[in-house]
Unconditional design. Structure first.
Length: 123
């Protein structure tokens, strides 16, 4: 029997810049979902679980948007960072973010196809 995924929305692998305004630190998003993200960040910059933070997300071909989030966890021993749940986008920017998330499955397909085709050429 398969164990069901706890998450409500699918996660998409990425490597996108972001900025944690509260501690003035540039970070990178490792994955995104409709309601959150995981950011790579050294332990010295970990914020307490349950703390609210503001992130600036840099979305390619779209631009910069801000989001208020809640620190949910600090990753795993092999994956250092913070899991952030999004709780509020100002100025209806959630509409922009939702459109961006919609294209991620197509971009993932393109990435996989590129990998498959270029791997074939190297053989």
């Amino acid at each position: 029997m398969l164990v069901s995924e706890r998450r409500k929305y699918p996660r998409y692998a990425c490597y996108l810049p972001a900025y944690i305004r509260d501690i003035e630190v540039q970070v990178f998003l490792c994955d995104l979902s409709l309601n959150g993200c995981f950011v790579e960040v050294p332990e010295k910059y970990f914020l307490p679980v349950g703390e609210k933070i503001w992130l600036n997300l840099y979305l390619p071909c779209v631009g910069e948007i801000s989001v208020e989030g809640l620190v949910m966890h600090h990753g795993t021993p092999t994956r250092k960072g913070m899991g952030i749940e999004f709780i509020r986008f100002p100025d209806r920017l959630h509409l922009v973010y939702a459109k961006f998330i919609k294209i991620l499955p197509i971009l993932n397909e393109a990435q996989q196809l590129l990998h498959k085709l270029t791997k074939k050429d190297k053989e």
